[in-house]
Design a protein around this ligand. Sequence first.
Ligand SMILES: C[S@@+](CC[C@H](N)C(=O)[O-])C[C@H]1O[C@@H](n2cnc3c(N)ncnc32)[C@H](O)[C@@H]1O
Length: 401
Amino acid sequence: FYFPSALPHLRTSARDVACRGWVSVDGEYVWEDAGVVLDQQKEAAVVTDAAEEKKKLVPPKLQSGAFKPKQSLGQNFLTDQNTINRIVHAFGKDATSSSRSADTIDGLVELGPGPGALTQVLIQEYGTEEFRCIEIDQRSVELLNTQHPGLDVRHMDVLQVDYPSMKKELNGESGQGLAVIGNLPYYITSQILFALADASHQDAIRSATVTMQWEVGERLVAERSTKAYGILSVVFQIYAETRMHFKIPPTVFYPKPKVDSGLVGLTFVREEALRKRLSGVRPRDLRMVLTKTFQQRRKCVRNSLKKLLQEELGGDLDRVQEVLNAKPKLPEAVEKLAEGGDSFAKGQMLPENWAAMRPEEISPAQFIELTRLIYGDEGGEKGVEEYDLGGKVWRKLKHGT
Ligand SMILES: C[S@@+](CC[C@H](N)C(=O)[O-])C[C@H]1O[C@@H](n2cnc3c(N)ncnc32)[C@H](O)[C@@H]1O
């Protein structure tokens, strides 16, 4: 940032453009803004090129002293317009990529808009009609209501959002699903992501473009046999296509976090495709297998699953041995998919020595087969097209009723 005192030689207007930023006053940070910005933005309205218009935006001004960031709410506000624009651009790509047919976004949800750095660009690009914001801090709700009167800002905890209802509200039963964006509060990143996975059981989520601590992002996109590979990798690589867009340094936030961040994009597979991937395996059984195996990631799955199997099979040791020596076999439907070239189904078969493998060596698709060996599947009455995938499987129960 540049500050007026450092730029005495500039013409007033040029200096005013440059002198916006956080300045320390009496040991407290306040947002300094020269006041000519709004006029300049009005002038910019004559520029017809949308990208050019975005460049003219500046992160929102906060009333000095009125909105001190709260660490307890994970408040690290974006202060760099270029980063903000890049995040919104990546969001557009995630929300319209491959697995969904329409390329228009008809339900947009921002999680934790704070003072509205992303919000104002999103409004410029997509309008307010099909846009919802979820924010727990009343100060931000008031600020956004004043600045964007047409916008629907809900004062609530992001972990209590009912995404399927919101999808119905915004785009009816048959819509494309919600496109989610957020510079997330890092203290609840994985709970937010798991809530999205749960909502995707009802086809409510189309995509999520979210910032997070760099290391958490690495786990989401990690390949097997790497240090970062774990439960997050398995779950989200089954439920979505995941990508790391770019690294975000601490310097573009106020206050600066102690860690690097990353922007991660998830394009959720549609419910129908998710059912094909799970092929009758219940998500809650998968969760149990993942928890038990990754709890002891150095051990082979034979050892970590023995106890689970004993519990499940009422202590019958012969049955336990039988399952641990079982030869994997794909269900017919999955075999057909694999023959037809479905790349997920192709990689689903477990090798014969599966019990001697460590969890980090087992791919997301193979974890589905491992779960089938332990728990069986819903091959029964309802068939794989209809069985209940569950409402709150992945997210911690303590966060909801
Ligand atoms: C990292 S800040 C991002 C703010 C703004 N989007 C930006 O980029 O400058 C996270 C935001 O999430 C909000 N938040 C924190 N916990 C929340 C919760 N449980 N439910 C809803 N919003 C929450 C904070 O108040 C804050 O505004």
